[in-house]
Design a protein around this ligand. Structure first.
Ligand SMILES: [Zn+2]
Length: 125
């Protein structure tokens, strides 16, 4: 049986040439009267999973709402924290969760990695 794929709304990421900043069509900070010719930079969708370009698998940890998830860390650095794979949210921003190995629990706050820029990897450091 084939798994039905969820059809997801595309998120458009534009480049404001005036501010030289990316913004998504889901947010409203970019003034309509900015006057720039906002150019379509890339497209993405909620839930797109990215990779850590310089991350190594640390191991799976149980997360309350995600279940068993692989976490990653920057190999060669002290392993105080490990991070889940980066994911695109409903507004086009990339986030991940961080596990605190000193305390032994997940941070309450998600880690904001900025707006998706068309590159499917994130980098530690
Ligand atoms: Zn603009």
């Amino acid at each position: 049986m084939e798994q039905s794929q969820l059809v997801q709304e595309k998120i458009q990421i534009y480049l404001c040439e005036k501010e030289n900043m990316l913004f998504s069509n889901k947010e409203d900070w970019h003034e309509k009267d900015c006057g720039c010719n906002a150019k379509l930079h890339t497209e993405t969708h909620e839930g797109l999973k990215l990779e850590w370009s310089n991350g190594s698998e640390w191991g799976k940890i149980h997360h309350e709402s995600l279940g068993e998830v692989m976490t990653y860390w920057h190999k060669g650095t002290p392993c105080y924290y490990t991070y889940t794979a980066p994911v695109v949210d409903s507004e086009g921003y990339i986030y991940c969760y961080r596990f605190d190995h000193d305390e032994g629990y997940w941070d309450e706050d998600i880690v904001d990695l900025g707006l998706y820029n068309g590159i499917d990897t994130c980098k530690f450091g």
